[in-house]
Design a binder for this molecule. Structure first.
Ligand SMILES: [Zn+2]
Length: 107
């Protein structure tokens, strides 16, 4: 019987795998977008299974609506909104609906 892993250890492994998958997905996106989307899906599944949130820098890269991994310049475009609360908005071009907002902290 396998020894039960500590929760922290499992989370660590999950984060490592998510990082690896998404970094790889980012690299291959221009050549193989389908495979990159699959990697994104896998990474999301790993996060769900381990019951952790995706790391912040990756969370912004998933569409709110279709939950797919997006890449600016290929299937997403980015707009900057200034004002009281500056934000970066990612528009998903796969479903044409989803958008992700990232608020920039002012110093
Ligand atoms: Zn979408």
């Amino acid at each position: 019987m396998k020894a039960r892993r500590e929760k922290n250890e499992t989370n660590q492994i999950a984060i490592e795998r998510i990082d690896l998958l998404l970094t790889r997905a980012d690299e291959i996106y221009p050549e193989e977008p389908d495979l990159a989307l699959r990697y994104g899906e896998l990474a999301r599944k790993i996060a769900m299974k381990a019951r952790i949130r995706l790391p912040k820098r990756w969370r912004i890269r998933f569409c709110n609506n279709c939950k797919r991994f997006i890449r600016p310049g290929i299937n997403a475009h980015v707009r900057i909104k200034s004002g009281k609360q500056s934000s970066v908005i990612y528009y998903c071009e796969i479903c044409k609906e989803g958008k992700k907002k990232k608020i920039i902290q002012k110093n």
